[in-house]
Structure formats: C-alpha cells, structure tokens
Design a protein around this ligand. Structure first.
Ligand code: ADP
Ligand code: MG
Length: 263
C-alpha cells in the first residue's frame, strides 16, 4: 500500500466502500444468553493502522477473536474486502488473508524460529522460500537466530516471531492482541514501531493495546471499546487529546505525556 493511501486514512468517512475489514454491529459471546459484544463496529481501510483501547474486560480480545472465527457471532457481520466472512472457520480466514497474533502462547517454544515460520505457511508450501526471505528482511534478528528454539527468545523477540509467523501467509489484515504486554517501555516502543513497519509494507493492522496513549499516538485511527461497544472513534491523536477520552480512559496515563523521556 502506498504512503499516499496511508496519509488519507485519518479522513476516512463511513460512506467509503473500500474497507479491508469491517465488523458491523457485532453481538457475540462465549456462553448462551451472555453477550460480551453488544453491537460493536470497526472498520479498517487500506493502509491503515487501527488501535483498540478500553478498560479491562471491555471485550477487546473478544472482538479480535470474533473477527477471527474463534467466538461465535450471534448477529452482525464481518466483511473482508467485500466478502462476507461472518463465522467462517479460522483456517478458512487464514487462507483468505486474515492474520491473528494472540496475546500469549503465540509461538511453538520447542520448535526453532525457522520451523515456527514454516508452520505459518503450511497451507502454501511452494511459497516458503520467498516468504522466509521476506521475513528475514523484515526481522533480521530472527534470521541471525533462525536455528535456535523459540523458547529461548526474549519477550520482544517472541512477539516479533509471532508477528512474522502470521505474516508468512501474506495477510491483508493483521490482528494483534496486546503485542506490547509484559515488555519494558523501550521494548514496548520497539513493538509499536515494528507494527508500523509491517503496516507500511501494505498490511492493514488492527491492534488491541493496554498502553492506550502510545497506541493512539502511533495509530491512524482508534476505537475506544466499553462494555462491548465502540464508545468513541476518531483519529489516533485526536482521541488521545480528547478530554472525554482522557478523563474516562486515559486518566491514569495522562501524566506521562512526554514520550521522549524514555530511558
Ligand atoms: N473464554 C471465555 N469464556 C467466558 N467468558 C470469557 C472468555 N474470555 C473472556 N470472557 C469474558 O468476556 C469479557 C470480555 O473479555 P475480553 O474480551 O478478554 O476483554 P478485554 O480484552 O477487553 O480485556 C470479560 O467479562 C471476560 O470475563
Ligand atoms: Mg484482552
């Protein structure tokens, strides 16, 4: 995707028809009669990086899982590039170009880095060499350590590997659940920049984050989820500076405005 498209992302209007992925009015949950998502909508346009923030238990992970076929959608729809993918099975979604990196257990620790990546492309073995080369290019650290077991990686490196594994299938959209969780501030920032770099290769990124302020600052657009609904949406920086959003969702983080003071 071109830089140009990226630049235009913040001005997206609901009337656009070129969504890469669009969830509309999702109602979904784990148990019969208990809905976690209560009419939740989200759209990502070509070239966009989208941040999803909100309190614990708001349904952020559930939204990603619903889009990836892991939580049953009771009503509403998910469209991928104009095709209805509501409630399709996960392996079908992977084939169609949806990548998902769960928050934990996202690599096979006993396999080597290269084996992990090969597993990511089991559906299309002929493309392995080409995709491996692309991943070594994007993540040189992984190339240097490609024969080591994934279990030996640090938290940040493991997140890199998990992202690379999802990217092996050349997804059009990458769903990331809290990629910076449990990392030091410096590593968190590296993770955000890595997600942005992936995004610039043409992959739309939809990222759930606890590090709400930093996430909104780096994303084109953001969504605040509250009680299973998209409570607020807007440009990333716009949301990060919105007094209502600050008061309700960024309050405890509002102090550390100066991001440059990283040790
Ligand atoms: N596997 C599950 N089975 C039943 N309830 C779940 C499951 N996973 C999450 N929930 C419930 O769904 C709600 C939303 O969880 P989640 O989507 O993980 O929130 P978030 O990611 O925003 O913190 C919470 O009340 C949580 O307890
Ligand atoms: Mg979660």
């Amino acid at each position: 995707m071109s830089e140009q498209q990226q630049g235009g992302a913040g001005t997206a209007t609901p009337t656009r028809t070129d969504a890469v992925i669009e969830a509309k009015d999702l109602v979904a949950g784990y148990l019969p009669g208990v809905n976690i998502l209560n009419g939740c909508s989200l759209v990502a346009y070509p070239g966009e990086m989208i941040g999803i923030i909100g309190p614990n238990g708001a349904g952020k992970s559930t939204l990603l899982k619903a889009m990836f076929g892991l939580v049953r959608i009771h009503s509403g729809s998910v469209m991928l590039g104009g095709r209805d993918i509501t409630n399709l099975r996960t392996n079908k979604l992977v084939e169609m170009g949806v990548g998902f990196v769960p928050q934990t257990n996202n690599v096979f620790p006993s396999l080597s880095i290269e084996e992990n990546l090969r597993m990511g492309l089991y559906l299309r073995p002929k493309k392995v060499q080409e995709r491996l080369a692309a991943m070594w290019d994007l993540f040189p650290v992984l190339h240097d350590r490609r024969n080591q077991s994934a279990g030996a990686l640090s938290g940040g490196e493991r997140q890199s590997l998990a992202m690379a594994r999802a990217l092996m299938m050349e997804p059009s959209v990458l769903l990331l659940d809290e990629p910076s969780a449990g990392l030091s501030p410096v590593r968190q920032d590296e993770t955000f920049l890595r997600a942005r770099r992936i995004n610039k290769t043409g992959v739309s990124v939809v990222m759930v984050e606890q590090n709400a302020r930093r996430c909104l600052q780096i994303c084109d657009r953001g969504y605040v989820l509250d009680q299973g609904r998209d409570a607020y949406t807007g440009g990333g920086r716009e949301l990060a500076n919105d007094p209502k959003v600050i008061e309700l969702y960024l309050g405890t983080l509002a102090k550390d405005v100066d991001e440059s003071r990283e040790h």
